[in-house]
Every structure is written in C-alpha cells, then in structure tokens.
Design a protein around this ligand. Structure first.
Ligand code: IPE
Ligand code: IPE
Ligand code: MG
Length: 239
C-alpha cells in the first residue's frame, strides 16, 4: 500500500464520511450480543480516524447514532451511550494538544441522552472550536431532516428573509466544514438513512459489503481509489 502516493494525489477527497453499519450483524455471526459488535465497531472507528488523519484528509464525518436509533432495545441504547461517553473522554485526552476540532452534530439538548454525554459533547466542541487542522464530526442523535428543520427554525427566529444556500448552510452543524466529497456506508445497505441529506446532495456514494468492524485500512484505500476514478460533473459536462 503506497500511502505517500495516495496522499499526494490531487484527486484525494477533502471531506469523507462513514456510515458505520453492520455492527449488529458482525456480532450475530460470532454468536455475540449486539453490544459487542458496537464495541468492535468503536475500536475500528478509532483505527480509521487515525488512518484518515494519516492520509491527510482534512475532514471526517461519522454517523454514530441516528434520531431513529432510539427505537432500539434499552440495553443496546445504554451501551451505545456509554461508548459515546468513553469516546468523548478519549477525544479530550488525546486531541486538546493537537490541531483537531471536534464537532458533535445532533440534538444535544435531548434529555434521553445522559447528562454527562451532553455536557462532554458541548465541552469538547467549545474547547476545540478554534482548531482547524483536522475536523472530526461525530453525528450523535443526528438526522438530516431534523438538521434541516433546525436550520429553518433558526432562520425564522432570526427573522431572515430571502434565504439562499449560503445562508442556509451557515445554520447546519457542518457550517465550518468543507463540502462533503465521499460517503462510505458499510454492510451492503443501499440507503442513506437520514444522514447528511443537504451536504451529500453532490457527494459520491459507495456501499461496500463488509460489515463495519471488519472494514480495514486496505478497504478504505480501495474505496478511495474508486472515488478517485469517478468523474464528478456537478451537473456539468465531462472535462
Ligand atoms: C451500526 O450498526 C451502528 C449503529 C447504528 C449505532 P448496526 O447496529 O445498525 O448493525 P446492523 O445493521 O444491525 O448489523
Ligand atoms: C444508520 O444505520 C445509523 C448509523 C449507522 C448510526 P441503521 O442501521 O440505524 O439504519 P437502517 O435502520 O438500516 O436504515
Ligand atoms: Mg444497521
């Protein structure tokens, strides 16, 4: 794997996203409870975040918990909330002395989320808000429709008139991020499940079959090569 050549390729995306799907099926295949799939998925997420940074990709978004995931059994939701608590502790311990900004996209006022998770989410965003070298966007209690409604209601409350794309984009969680180039959804599901609807309007999508805990660095390299060979036209004609 020639990482240097990949890093220096001008076709490399600047903002990629993971829909980390298949943790439950990964566990089931191994006769484990679903939560152990989430643990394995979380460990893989850490590996992938580091690799994405090593590759020089500037922005990474990841779908950790959707607004719809509250429908899951309470023990699974509780386990996921514990993982997010741990993830936020790790971000704080590892990132504060680095040029890394952490954004948590999603409704952090929702009282179904444990108070400590909501507080830690707000704290890490505040502590890293002036950093820009690498932006890590963790989508927790996130929905694309809800985000669009949030932006709309903020604009109404501001008394905005004649809203254009530029102004609307400023009210999204991703306001300070680069355009979303590439979305990878593991596990073979071919749907967006309410993820970054506005931002992904012109993103490239890729749906590998691998379950998230089994998705390796090599799989990411393969995905990036596929992305780099796509012809992005944005409605125009081939250059
Ligand atoms: C994705 O894995 C992780 C979250 C939704 C938090 P799933 O839990 O959806 O795994 P499958 O789709 O059931 O295999
Ligand atoms: C999407 O996966 C949400 C996350 C990965 C966090 P789901 O597993 O919840 O999506 P559906 O239910 O298959 O659409
Ligand atoms: Mg799933």
């Amino acid at each position: 794997m020639n990482i240097e050549a990949l890093k220096n390729d001008p076709r490399m995306p600047k903002h990629i996203a993971f829909i980390v799907d298949g943790n439950g099926r990964w566990a089931k295949k191994r006769h484990l409870i679903r939560s152990l799939g989430h643990k394995a998925g979380f460990d893989n997420l850490k590996t992938q975040i580091e690799f994405v940074r090593d590759l020089g990709i500037k922005n990474l978004s990841m779908y950790c918990f959707s607004c719809e995931n509250w429908k899951r059994p309470k023990d699974e939701v509780d386990f996921l909330m514990d993982l997010f608590n741990q993830m936020l502790d790790e971000f704080k311990a590892e990132y504060l002395d680095k040029d890394i900004r952490v954004i948590i996209s999603g409704d952090m006022e929702d009282e179904r989320i444990p108070a400590k998770v909501r507080e830690k989410a707000k704290e890490i965003m505040q502590l890293t808000k002036n950093k820009a070298g690498f932006v890590l966007n963790a989508c927790i209690n996130y929905g694309g429709r809800q985000e669009i409604l949030k932006a709309t209601n903020e604009l109404i409350n501001e008394g905005a008139k004649n809203v254009d794309e530029k102004l609307f984009t400023k009210h999204l969680y991703t306001a300070d991020m680069l355009p979303l180039d590439f979305v990878i959804r593991t596990s073979g599901e071919n749907r967006t499940s309410n993820f970054l609807m506005w931002q992904s309007a012109y993103s490239e999508w890729y749906f590998p079959k691998k379950l998230w805990p089994s998705f390796t660095k090599g799989d990411l390299v393969k995905a990036l090569k596929i992305y780099m060979n796509r012809d992005r036209r944005f409605g125009g004609v081939k250059s």
